[in-house]
Design a protein around this ligand. Structure first.
Ligand SMILES: Nc1ncnc2c1ncn2[C@@H]1O[C@H](COP(=O)(O)OP(=O)(O)O)[C@@H](O)[C@H]1O
Ligand SMILES: [Mg+2]
Length: 258
């Protein structure tokens, strides 16, 4: 494993028992997440993206294969690999957003005492533009602000990898766009690698250094793309990337229909 790889998914397979029998949800998936990068996983609903993320975070055990983080087998959930969901209600409703972050820092022992936890929580809230809302409770925040606070908490915990499962899918376009920029910029600044799951083609191109397209039934890697748009920022590259992805997704649909 080269030094530039932070997470390796090594020949993972997973089946579930259903009332109709055994369903193979993930088949022989291998991929690598590089340090200081965002890997985007794109695929239709039901192709196994969430299952793959749950296996990466050690919340689910694979039937076959291994997850390696920093060269070591990763089998027990820890704050090294954090999972952030689409659901907006990931914060304790009875604590302000500042105290939500302070609490997370203390229980994970990321901060050694309350004073340093408060300072760190304030710093990340400034970083994501929520400092003036620090004493608000989650119910007093919009969906976008709650996700922004969840990103701030993730930054404070300094995981090696942040796994994001369609975190912005139900936000309006402008809020979503701002959060996409925020995640890329701040995670890379804090040296956190990101695996970002989405079914949005444009979102994948806006956020991922590399884009992996999954196929369904069973979930497999269909296609991998180095996203030139991230380096150039050129709208021509953006359109080119989007059309390559659309073609790949269309091929999948045609194969299913054919
Ligand atoms: N715990 C489970 N038990 C049985 N089937 C499951 C379980 N979790 C997921 N599945 C099935 O696995 C498939 C992939 O689900 P999921 O990973 O959630 O896909 P995605 O996130 O891409 O929409 C679906 O058909 C789903 O019904
Ligand atoms: Mg899912």
């Amino acid at each position: 494993m080269t030094e530039d790889i932070i997470l390796r998914v090594d020949q993972i397979s997973k089946s579930f028992q259903t009332s109709e029998g055994t369903q193979k949800v993930i088949q022989d998936i291998s991929l690598e997440v590089m340090k200081k990068s965002v890997l985007c996983i794109l695929g239709y609903s039901g192709c196994g993206k969430t299952t793959l993320l749950r296996i990466m975070s050690a919340l689910e055990k694979p039937d076959e294969g291994n997850i390696l983080v920093d060269n070591s087998n990763y089998c027990t959930p820890s704050k090294d690999v954090l999972l952030l969901f689409q659901d907006f209600n990931q914060l304790f409703p009875w604590k302000s957003i500042l105290l939500n972050i302070v609490h997370a820092l203390l229980i994970t022992k990321t901060a050694l005492d309350r004073k340093s936890a408060v300072l760190e929580a304030e710093a990340v809230l400034k970083e994501v533009g929520l400092y003036e809302y620090r004493n608000r409770y989650p119910r007093q925040l919009s969906g976008g602000m709650k996700q922004r606070a969840a990103v701030a908490r993730a930054l404070a915990l300094k995981p090696k990898i942040l796994l994001m499962d369609e975190p912005f899918a139900s936000l309006d376009m402008v809020t979503r766009h701002n959060l996409q920029k925020l995640v890329r910029e701040k995670c890379l600044k804090y040296d956190i690698s990101v695996v970002f799951v989405t079914h949005g083609v444009e979102e994948a191109v806006l956020i991922g250094d590399r884009i992996v397209i999954m196929k369904a039934n069973p979930g497999e890697i269909g296609f991998t793309l180095d996203n030139t748009y991230i380096a150039t920022g050129s709208s021509v590259d953006k359109m080119k990337m989007m059309s390559i992805i659309m073609e790949q997704l269309n091929n999948q649909t045609n194969q299913e229909e054919g």
